[in-house]
Design a protein around this ligand. Structure first.
Ligand code: ZN
Length: 450
């Protein structure tokens, strides 16, 4: 609960130290409800009195849900809340020693009497009744547990596809962490599914209760509103507004972005055994992201090795790369010189990527191209894809002053590919490694050249 920040207008040690806002379902500390402006306190006192008299109370005691009014202590210019009717049933008044659990359960039930909560239940039930996949829709039914004397009264209950009972619980207030954990356990044991539904969900200002549901539900949360009811009416099925987080790796850091869209219940993944219901698999995406980041580090380490100056063989560094790539399931030469043409192939592709000869003693890109054409015809397909992917066209044309490359060599290999003859057939021995190192060409590399 919020700390008491100033002497304020509330008396010290008030009997009623919290009030339930009957409109929104929020439970407020009493000092916050009264505020620190005396004039506003007086106006609030009048509002509460009028509301109670006209049968539209504003605040109630969160435990017994009896409306409250504000009593003014004229001399001290301070206030306190009092039950509109005192019939001795409120534990605040009788000073009964109730367990924390019992008080929480009373508050939880009390908050359900708010206008917002009642409207939410209606929206959920109305949407469910439109959906042919749901049956037996009931508002606040008794759900009898298998254990003796165990029962719950979910806000709305319905049966999904004739077999899975689903309890919908509306979450408006911030104080019910333990209720949430305890309810989850109950429905799990009962073979049912519990779905929490919010009136609003603001990730930027995520509150503790919200967080607890969100992170236990694969970073997906559901909101119902007048808008989702309209969408449900249009589509004749239950539509929920889904809020979720998607991960990505940004400069080595795992970061999350927020997303939101209306989703039909039928498109959600339902996991009874973990009590999770979600649209986007955030945990799965996170694992994939981390695996990708691992790949990124391997790729970067290989590139760093290959671009080192001078390019002398470093036994230890290469063997460490070999172990990592082999473990990752990528065919990798034990020694760079072990397989004929491997070193030249890597030099060729890095030359295209860097836009300058890597490993080759040639003066520029087009000279490397001529050499590859003469000596390593099987590398031309991957080389050409790299030139395109890294937009080397202008550079190679500028270097090709004699036009020998574009007028003779390019035409020759294109004609060979078109004729499907074997002269320039791609060397496929390193496709796995090349696809891993140069994901920009991985999609095209495996295709037949044209
Ligand atoms: Zn009370």
């Amino acid at each position: 609960m919020d700390a008491f920040p100033f002497p304020g207008l509330l008396v010290d040690k008030p009997v009623i130290d919290e009030v339930l806002d009957l409109d929104t379902g929020e439970i407020l500390p009493a000092w916050k409800a009264v505020g620190d402006d005396y004039e506003k306190g007086v106006q609030l006192r009048m509002n509460l009195k009028q509301g109670n008299r006209s049968g539209r109370p504003v605040y109630a005691c969160p435990l017994c849900v009896v409306p409250v009014h504000l009593v003014s202590m004229m001399k001290e210019r301070r206030f306190y809340f009092r039950h509109e009717t005192e019939d001795g049933r409120c534990p605040k008044k009788t000073k009964d020693k109730l367990s924390g659990e019992r008080i929480l359960a009373m508050k939880y039930d009390g908050a359900r009497e708010s206008a917002a909560h009642i409207r939410m239940k209606e929206i959920i039930a109305s949407s469910l009744r439109l959906d042919p996949n749901f049956s037996d829709v009931e508002i606040e039914p008794i759900w009898k547990g298998m254990e003796a004397n165990s029962r719950r009264r979910p806000d709305v209950r319905a049966v999904w596809c004739g077999s899975l009972p689903v309890a919908f619980e509306v979450q408006l207030s911030t104080t019910f962490l333990r209720v949430i954990a305890e309810r989850r356990a109950f429905y799990l044991k009962e073979g049912g599914l519990l779905l929490w539904v919010f009136k609003s969900f603001d990730m930027g200002n995520a509150r503790l209760t919200q967080d607890d549901i969100f992170y236990n539900n694969n970073r997906n949360a559901f909101v119902v509103s007048e808008e989702t009811l309209e969408a449900s009416l249009r589509e004749n099925r239950l539509i929920l507004d889904c809020v979720w987080s998607e991960p990505c790796i940004d400069q080595g850091q795992l970061t999350w972005s927020q997303h939101r869209r209306p989703v039909p219940f039928s498109e959600l993944k339902v996991e009874q055994e973990t009590q999770r219901v979600y649209f986007f698999d955030a945990d799965g995406a996170k694992a994939a992201c981390i695996a990708d980041a691992g790949d990124g580090a391997m790729r970067a380490d290989f590139c760093r090795y290959w671009l080192r100056e001078p390019q002398t063989y470093e036994e230890q560094a290469w063997q460490s790369l070999w172990e990592r790539f082999t473990e990752r399931g990528i065919d990798f030469p034990r020694y760079p010189g072990e397989q004929d043409g491997f070193r030249a192939f890597m030099d060729t592709l890095f030359t295209a990527r860097e836009g300058r000869p890597v490993g080759w003693g040639h003066a520029n890109l087009v000279k490397v191209a001529h050499h590859v054409f003469d000596k390593y015809k099987g590398q031309l397909w991957a080389f050409k894809l790299m030139l395109v992917a890294h937009k080397r066209g202008d550079q190679i044309r500028a270097e090709d002053t004699s036009r020998n490359w574009r007028d003779k060599k390019v035409k020759a290999y294109l004609a060979s590919w078109a004729a499907n003859d074997e002269t320039f057939a791609p060397d496929r021995r390193f496709d796995g490694l090349i696809s891993f190192l140069f994901p920009e060409i991985a999609g095209d590399l495996v295709k037949t050249p044209r």
